[in-house]
Design a protein around this ligand. Structure first.
Ligand SMILES: Nc1ncnc2c1ncn2[C@@H]1O[C@H](COP(=O)(O)OP(=O)(O)OP(=O)(O)O)[C@@H](O)[C@H]1O
Length: 628
């Protein structure tokens, strides 16, 4: 059933006319979320007459898009099918979108508006203006957009109702959307789409491998309903994931912002053993935030002794900080990466040479789902092109002259059950990238000189010091491989831009200190280290400190004990071009150039991108980076 509200529709239409004419729109004429989105759409440089419906991915890009989101589709498809069964006859078409706003699956009549709604359609607000899924993905909440509320004329005959989907780590991974011809404000469909999206989230939490799944709610009778919060703990009591309801009830996002792991003990007044004894009937517990709710075990680990559970809980809460956490300001980012990697999200670490990419990769492995498995590092720039295939895929007995008898495993196989670290992925020969992509998709390899395929299962971390966006623009790095390896990107700052340089210096000094190797720097020496433009980054700093420690004779490292290059900087430190802040100056200049182009082109993104000689996508990234 739909409810036509002519007054409201006319108001929106009038509001839109005022908005398009650049006039002020009285508040109350359109909903706040719609007005916010209109303003953003205009800022994106969109025009109401832009057309996006025919702009979909090319046919050969679609399989990669599907493959990239295979896991999400597995969870979503059954729900979409159910939704279509209940609502299809009323003309609703259902779509699943990935987190960037591209549709990856449709259920329903193939065409609305005479245009085929195919996968690959980009409905992100940046591209398609105000629309249900675009807003839901951006604002992280359900969104209903009808008729003239759409920014583009092209969508004005439609109504769409979208709900974001959150993964167990609390990140938006996509959205479910229902669309039909607009013939009145939709009634009832939002609840159905929200329930479907909740079912997807609940199944994702339930499928996490680990020990405990607990259901929570303020009312005992709702601990068994689809409205329940679900939270998952590993055997040692650390939170592995939670659905959005549990996140909200327990204010998990706030707790996780502090960086450390959150454990059962941090959340509830009772012990896990009491939960076990409750035999799956709801028990009342007090929470860390003062609320009281009911908690019920859904899955309980089979083998466990209360003493053991207690001991491991202690261990979890007292986990020593990793040496990597010398950089305090980066902690929230590392914690996010740790949680995502735990769910086998592929990591892409970028940063100049010596910024600690491999250190971070090893730490992630030690904190990841298979810390006991091998950590296999491959430097893609160091393997000669002719050997890359046998190195990575392995080879059969007698595959080539000089091949080892009995053949050999390649790096993919060696990493099975552990982590494959592909360092300098940006230097991988382009002709080999398609083969790598196939392995990552199919998770099988065939050794050189063999027919047999072998399954490979590993977590993936890639690192690069190069700008992959530029490489993609130049055609020397495949887009599809980029999306496959970039589950979460962590960019490590160069030393010259780090605000905690002092902390890191102290940390490195302390690590290498011994009775005859002092860990104290004179104020002048510290100042010099602070102001030196570190090309080799942490590696170079480490060497400078080690030399200082070796040469110091009265327990204090003085300027004279530092390397010549660092000392020489004493005289150039005041020259503007050589200051350690040059990185920031450059960034400021870039920011100014972007602002100037946007101003010149009246915030029209396409025109500003042309003006700067970069693509729209790159410009969007810069706008985001500079917070414009
Ligand atoms: N946070 C840190 N705490 C202590 N030492 C660190 C840290 N980060 C990096 N290092 C040290 O800095 C050096 C360089 O680190 P790493 O090899 O991880 O850098 P990278 O970015 O992978 O370098 P490249 O690009 O050359 O491969 C190593 O000696 C490492 O021990």
């Amino acid at each position: 059933m739909e409810v036509h509200n002519f007054d409201q529709d006319t108001r929106v239409q009038q509001a839109r006319e005022l908005f398009d004419a650049g006039l002020e729109v009285p508040s109350q004429w359109v909903r706040d979320e719609v007005m916010r989105s209109w303003l953003r759409s205009r800022e994106h440089g969109l025009s109401p007459v832009d057309q996006v419906l025919r702009k979909t991915l090319s046919l050969n890009e679609l399989p990669y898009l599907h493959d990239q989101h295979r896991d999400l589709l597995c969870y979503v498809e059954p729900e979409m099918r159910n939704l279509f069964r209940s609502w299809g006859a009323a003309g609703w078409v259902f779509a699943c979108l990935e987190r960037e706003g591209r549709s990856i699956k449709y259920f329903g009549k193939e065409s609305l508006l005479g245009t085929s709604l195919s996968s690959g359609l980009d409905l992100s607000e940046q591209v398609a203006g105000t629309n249900g899924p675009g807003c839901a993905l951006l604002e992280h909440r359900p969104s209903v957009v009808c008729g003239d509320e759409h920014f583009l004329h092209e969508f004005r005959d439609l109504a769409c109702v979208a709900v974001p989907i959150f993964d167990p780590a609390g990140m938006v991974i996509g959205a479910l959307n229902a669309t039909k011809h607009y013939d009145g404000r939709p009634v009832g469909i939002l609840e159905s789409v929200a329930l479907a999206s909740r079912a997807v989230e609940n199944r994702m939490v339930g499928d996490l491998s680990g020990a405990w799944v607990l259901a929570i709610h303020y009312l005992p009778e709702l601990t068994g309903s689809p409205m329940r919060g679900l939270i998952h703990f590993c055997a040692d009591g650390e939170v592995l994931g939670a659905n959005p309801t549990a996140r909200q009830m327990l204010e998990l996002d706030i707790l996780e912002q502090n960086g450390g792991a959150v454990t059962f003990r941090d959340l509830f007044s009772c012990s896990l053993d009491e939960v076990r004894r409750s035999q799956r009937s709801p028990i009342k517990v007090a929470c860390h935030n003062g609320s009281e709710l009911f908690l019920k075990a859904e899955t309980v680990p089979e083998v466990s002794s209360p003493v053991h559970a207690q001991v491991v809980l202690e261990r979890a809460s007292a986990t020593a900080p990793s040496p990597f956490f010398a950089e305090v300001s980066l902690r929230p980012l590392f914690e996010k990466a740790r949680r995502a990697f735990m769910h086998r999200v592929p990591m892409l670490i970028s940063g100049e040479t010596g910024t600690g990419k491999e250190v971070l990769a090893r730490w992630l492995h030690s904190q990841g789902p298979s810390p006991k498995g091998a950590f296999v590092a491959v430097n893609c720039s160091a393997i000669p092109a002719g050997l890359i295939e046998s190195e990575l895929f392995g080879y059969a007995d007698g595959a080539f002259t000089g091949a080892r008898r009995g053949g050999a495993k390649g790096k993919f196989e060696e990493a099975c059950g552990g982590t494959l670290f592909l360092d300098e992925i940006g230097d991988m020969p382009v002709e080999f990238q398609a083969r790598l992509l196939r392995v990552l998709q199919e998770r099988t390899v065939t050794r050189l000189g063999e027919e047999k395929t072998r399954e490979v299962c590993f977590s993936l971390i890639c690192a690069t010091h190069r700008n992959l966006d530029e490489l993609m623009e130049q055609g020397s790095f495949r887009d599809d491989l980029y999306y496959r390896v970039n589950g979460l990107k962590v960019t490590l700052p160069p030393l010259r831009e780090r605000e905690d340089l002092d902390g890191l210096i102290d940390h490195l000094l302390a690590v290498a200190a011994s009775p005859d190797r002092p860990s104290i720097l004179s104020p002048e020496a510290r100042n010099l280290l602070r102001n030196y433009p570190w090309k080799g980054n942490i590696r170079e700093l480490e060497q400078a400190l080690k030399l200082g420690q070796a040469l110091a004779n009265n327990g204090v490292i003085e300027v004279d004990h530092l390397p010549e290059a660092v000392k020489a900087n004493r005289f150039t430190a005041l020259a503007p071009a050589m200051t350690p802040k040059s990185g920031r100056l450059l960034a400021n200049a870039e920011r100014e150039a972007v602002c100037a182009a946007l101003e010149k082109c009246s915030d029209n993104i396409s025109a500003a991108a042309r003006e700067l000689g970069i693509t729209r996508a790159t410009l969007y990234r810069k706008i985001k980076r500079f917070g414009l």
